[in-house]
Design a protein around this ligand. Structure first.
Ligand code: IVH
Length: 676
């Protein structure tokens, strides 16, 4: 009877361990969760009724060990040494050249590259398949016994092989691996902790370290950790392995989680080097943090022969990528004034190497961003620079505060001109509304000449700053007076004859830009390209627009009271009226071209929406055709839509048009209507 039960318990242990392995390690379950629960619960019941059947490798025993008083020291069977680094293909080649010198010429070398997991080194001992001891790396020679905590790691095999088809267990096996917390688990854990305890954890690695070194295994169990195994430290009574690639596969066969998906075997150094160079792009997409690759000479006999220099093996090297995140000190917060007078806080940082460059500045977006994250001057902050994006400050590390940090708030006056700063209800931004503020002036000039507006080649921020500083440009209309200052320009540093001529030519050419670009370029608050177009299509000219009022602007579809208010206020300022007058005088386009007479505008007052792919017209061409004929094109189908111009692969707009009873036209229909 007890034999039967004992047999059943053993079967259940094996089944549960196997299916957990399929689920957690291979990510390929063979049974569903409910079936798994039935097995697990049966085992639990059996053990509850017959505690003598409980074994240390039972899956029920992962959590539940009582808190420890402290950790017992463990001497490693072999020193757990570290690695040298290479950060470029050149350094990788230099590493290879260093050991090649010690080998006979023409020696064939195979390599293995594996992710360098950013976690905590653990050393796992197995006696005839049973997990008996797990230790931290410690100082490399002596670590601490954290067996109870490691049992809670779901992917760590408590007994090997995990699967019946696996090789028989060696009599003794010591494995080196990395315990880590996945990015997803970290995010979940962090969110949970923040709402529950208001506590912040800095990164997955520190969180995993805290969990592993917790005296209470129940706490470790509540912080889901994972494992990657990558090195055999000792092996007795198992297979004879010839190299690292063999070892990785053997570990995987025994049921250890091994990162074979991102590991490669190379018989050629150049291919290895190319892999190292390209793998950096993959790294950010991994579900766990890796700070590089570990490159190893595959062959164990060669490894033995190459040995160590100091604490680093000659046969392995860490190929590291610049980290996308780093810690540094926030030295100050300065405020910059933008084109529309928006005040933007910017972080002045102690220079730090992150994402491949050294940065000393990062945007803080707006005052709310600073407030919400409680970012203080003097804080140690986490900065991130991924790819080409502007560096960001993610958060302060509150744990590292000394008490000398200073809270920051938006100044009450503009740091450049000293005028009072305002904030509109419902907006995050603070503004300096002094239109003569020199900071704003530079930004306004910059914007006026930029690609989205007048598109003046050879005129950028540098020139804007210089001309403002020299007093040559006090408003955008002054740009067109620059030809009068040719001599002065030639006297400026870096302005040779050719350069001045090109610039003046580009300025002249910009006079042909359509009126909508001129209006956009003025940088009126809330008036971008689309709004400028809506306004001018309605009013046709600056003169009409300036003469109108808020109420009539608000009549235009797409123009709300906020925009109308801002435009009316801008034109209401005498200085601005003067700028418009001077721009007109300089010969800029201050009106849309004359429209065809009403008889030639068959689509007058008709609103179109375009959807799908038309047989011959591009969307822009169709829009132009409709506008020429007096019609209007908007983005979405509504009660105001007269026609839906639909091509192939028209989507939901077609259904919506049908529902609202909006007529649908093909390109052919429209051509017929317009006799084209
Ligand atoms: S091999 C002598 N392989 O990176 C062999 N280490 O300085 C040295 N690490 O803390 C270790 N992933 O624990 C190796 N696939 C991997 C690794 C790896 C992460 C850690 C290692 C150590 C550091 C190396």
């Amino acid at each position: 009877m007890t034999d039967d039960l004992s047999l059943r318990a053993s079967q259940l242990r094996q089944l549960v361990a196997y299916h957990a392995y399929r689920y957690y390690v291979l990510d390929a379950p063979e049974i569903d969760d409910a079936e798994y629960d039935i097995l697990f619960n049966e085992l639990k019941r059996l053990e509850a009724d017959h505690p003598e059947l409980i074994t240390p490798d039972s899956p029920t025993q992962r959590a539940g060990a009582p808190p420890a008083e402290g950790f017992v020291k463990v001497t490693h069977p072999e020193p757990m040494l570290s690695l040298g680094n290479a950060v470029s293909p050149e350094e990788l080649a230099a590493w290879r050249d260093r050991f090649l010198r010690l080998l006979p010429e023409g020696q064939q070398i195979w390599y293995v590259a594996e992710p360098k997991i950013d976690g905590l080194t653990v050393v796992l001992h197995y006696e005839t398949g049973l997990f008996t001891l797990g230790a931290t790396r410690g100082d490399g020679y002596v670590g601490e016994d954290i067996t109870a905590n490691l049992r809670t790691v779901r992917t760590l095999p408590l007994r090997i092989p995990v699967s019946k088809s696996g090789p028989p267990p060696p009599t003794r096996l010591v494995v080196r691996g990395e315990a880590y917390m996945s990015k997803a688990e970290f995010a979940r854990f962090q969110a949970e902790q923040e709402s529950a305890a208001g506590k912040r954890y800095v990164n997955p690695r520190n969180t995993a370290a805290g969990a592993l070194r917790n005296l209470d295994p129940a706490i470790t169990a509540s912080r889901p950790l994972d494992l990657w195994a990558y090195q055999i430290v000792a092996l007795e009574g198992g297979l004879t392995l010839t190299g690292q690639w063999d070892a990785l596969n053997y570990l995987a066969d025994l049921g250890f989680p091994v990162e074979l998906n991102n590991s490669r075997h190379f018989d050629d150094f150049d291919a290895l080097s190319a892999y190292c160079e390209s793998w950096g792009a993959t790294r950010d997409e991994l579900p766990y943090e890796a700070d590089g690759l570990v490159v190893k000479v595959d062959d164990f006999a060669l490894q033995e022969r190459l040995g160590f220099v100091g604490k680093d093996p000659r046969w392995a090297v860490a190929y590291k990528y610049p980290s996308a995140e780093a810690l540094t000190r926030l030295l100050d917060i300065v405020v910059e004034v933008g084109r529309t007078g928006v005040l933007t806080p910017r972080a002045v940082l102690e220079p730090v190497y992150v994402g491949g460059v050294t940065i000393s500045s990062a945007t803080l977006h707006n005052a709310d961003y600073v407030d919400e994250r409680d970012i203080r001057i003097g804080d140690t902050v986490v900065v991130r620079r991924a790819g080409e994006v502007i560096p960001q400050i993610l958060r302060p590390v509150a744990e590292l505060r000394t008490g000398d940090e200073r809270a920051w708030s938006m100044p009450e006056v503009c740091p450049v001109c000293g005028e009072a700063v305002v904030r509109y209800p419902g907006e995050v931004a603070y503004y300096c509304e002094n239109s003569h503020c020199p900071a704003q002036l530079v930004r306004r000039i910059e914007f006026f000449v930029s690609r989205g507006a007048m598109d003046i080649a050879g005129f950028g921020s540098k020139q804007a700053e210089l001309f403002v500083q020299q007093g040559l440009v006090r408003d955008v209309a002054d740009i067109y007076e620059l030809p009068k200052h040719r001599e002065t320009l030639l006297g400026l540093e870096g302005f040779a004859e050719k350069k001045v001529d090109n610039l003046l030519e580009a300025i002249e050419a910009s006079k042909a830009q359509p009126a909508t670009r001129v209006l956009t370029g003025l940088g009126i608050h809330f008036v971008g390209g689309t709004v400028a177009e809506l306004l001018l299509e309605h009013f046709r000219s600056f003169a009409e627009l300036a003469a109108s009022d808020e109420a009539s602007m608000s009549q235009i579809e797409g123009i709300g009271p906020r925009i109308a208010g801002s435009v009316a206020a801008w034109f209401g300022q005498p200085d601005n009226g003067e700028i418009v007058r001077r721009l007109a005088e300089a010969g800029l386009q201050m009106a849309l071209p004359e429209q065809a007479p009403a008889s030639e505008r068959p689509l007058d007052g008709k609103t179109f929406v375009i959807t799908g792919t038309l047989p011959t017209w591009s969307r822009e061409q169709a829009t132009e055709v409709i506008k020429q004929a007096g019609g209007k094109v908007t983005g979405s189908v509504s009660g105001n839509t007269d026609y839906l111009l639909a091509g192939e692969k028209a989507g939901s707009k077609l259904d919506k048009a049908a529902k609202l009873g909006v007529a649908t036209l093909s390109e052919e229909d429209l051509r017929a209507m317009l006799h084209l």
